[in-house]
Design a binder for this molecule. Sequence first.
Ligand code: ZN
Ligand code: FE
Length: 254
Amino acid sequence: MIETIQIPLLSDNYSYIIRDKNTNITGCIDPSVAKDIVNVLQNRGIDLNFILNTHHHQDHVGGNQELKEIYNCKIIGCYDDQNRIPGIDIKLKDSEQFNIGESVFEVIYTPGHTIGHICFYFKDQNLLFCGDTIFSLGCGRLFEGSYEQMTESILKIRSLPDCTKIFCGHEYTESNGKFAEFLDSRDDLLKKKILNIKKDRLKSKPTIPAILEEEKKLNPFMKFDNQEYLDSIKIENISNVENFKKIRIMKDNF
Ligand code: ZN
Ligand code: FE
């Protein structure tokens, strides 16, 4: 069993410490900066064995080198990004499995935000660490990948079980909600969700993890093939990729 500790960092990033309870083997997903991670580990008296990077952006790998020097941990990243992940030791490809103690995760290759982006999926526990691929009510900007790639990546995530908990790289939910509401102001479920988000954020409570079942209903970037939704936001149904592209460009300009 994995215990997850969610750590807010920088202005809106999340890093996650994942500890396998049976063996105490511990990993850290996307350490933006080392200091806060070290504080949490020291307070709990736990060591760090692995760093897991979803992609090469500085706000996800910024703490790599310093943590490696302190803990002598091994750094895991995408095979395709071995030249861009600082200190990488273990290079994984799509569908490869890897153990954190007795807990196993599978790599899901999700290019789009970057071309070497991966997610870490703990199937037995329905946990997905998805970096900047999916956010609650949103998705990552396409810095390197194509619309085709991002559409495919989102479909991969969408095909996971409804109860999957999605741990994203950023707390963007409130601003994403504004765009979702702009597109479809008549969705009562969305309105209710947005009220709850506002309440949580006023108390600085995280809105993450997201639950896949809810994202499938409310996230505009998961509904590009939903005819009823496309009708209500007045987008002509051309193809998954074209529909996704239209919504993504609208968000970029929002
Ligand atoms: Zn990023
Ligand atoms: Fe990021």
